[in-house]
Write a protein that binds this ligand. Sequence first.
Ligand SMILES: NC(=O)c1ccc[n+]([C@@H]2O[C@H](COP(=O)([O-])OP(=O)(O)OC[C@H]3O[C@@H](n4cnc5c(N)ncnc54)[C@H](OP(=O)(O)O)[C@@H]3O)[C@@H](O)[C@H]2O)c1
Length: 326
Amino acid sequence: MTNAPDRPIRVGLIGAGLIARQHLTAMSRVPELVAVGISSRTRAKAEALAGEFGLAHVCDSPEELVRDARPDALMVLVSPQAMAQMAAQCLDFGLPLFLEKPVGLSVAEAEEAARLAGEKGVPNMVGFNRRHYSIFQQGLERVLSRGRLLSVMVEGSERMSVARATGRFTDEVLRAWIFANATHTIDLLRHFGGEPEEVCAFATSLHEPLGDQFAACLRFPGGVLGSFTGNWHSPGGWAVVLKGEGVTAEFRPLETCRVSYADGTSEVLEPDADDAVVKPGFPGQLRAFAQLARTGRLAPPSQDLAGALLTMRLAGSLIAPVRPLC
Ligand SMILES: NC(=O)c1ccc[n+]([C@@H]2O[C@H](COP(=O)([O-])OP(=O)(O)OC[C@H]3O[C@@H](n4cnc5c(N)ncnc54)[C@H](OP(=O)(O)O)[C@@H]3O)[C@@H](O)[C@H]2O)c1
């Protein structure tokens, strides 16, 4: 990679929506990166963000962004249904690439993106920001300080009625919600447990064609057990519970952690200063991306397109076969 270690990585953004704003806000905590330009479908939105965050270049296409702003790296932050195509287009620039999840609305689209990235040899990273939660790291450390990790339980209850009511998502995205959004929690099974060696999954459907009631048991390397449940039309949210030897760490909601010990004591953990003031995990993943752009190497716990494909395949294994509720 080309960058001197003492100057920030110059980043170009593609997409000017809600998540672009979150990344720009998080960059204020990450001096290793600086945003130098933006392009999007609706120029006025790109101009508004550029004005607010002091970006020098507003461009009408990714090609113009690369030519005029001369970024060291690109961040693709477009709508879910546009990600796979935009990923393929941007891989051609050869610049280190950050891609918001999901890269594709199906396993086949994720496979194609991973194949192209491998073929072109472009350093890349997919934005599973929960992997970078400081509170996850702390909670896991508490569990491992007492012995082995025994079990990983993930609750991935999506709020489908809320997602529909926003009017922000196309039918195509809502239909593929398990890939478009539920992969956030499904990815946490791999994050904490590793690559599952065995998955036994059941799914039924109340309303959603690819399922909306999920129950799965998993076996991870070393005999760690796992479970995944998702009930998308019932109140509830996202949670993770890690079971260890005489210790349980419960993240409910994900941004909080209570650790309980066998002697009856417990403690509440706090996120680090970065995660407390901007979207959690964003500063950590931006630092990881800066490191990738500088060295060409992606360090754990970040995922590239090949890793994201494994999460997409795991999501696929949770939905087959879906049965209707009687
Ligand atoms: N990590 C997380 O926690 C998290 C949270 C939310 C979203 N996301 C992901 O982040 C991505 C963006 O989400 P968002 O909430 O920011 O969506 P959004 O508010 O709808 O913004 C999407 C942006 O992409 C632009 N865009 C769409 N298609 C494009 C194309 N073909 N070429 C250029 N620009 C295009 C849109 O342009 P217009 O202004 O013309 O519509 C808009 O500016 C999604 O993939 C989503 O899954 C991640």
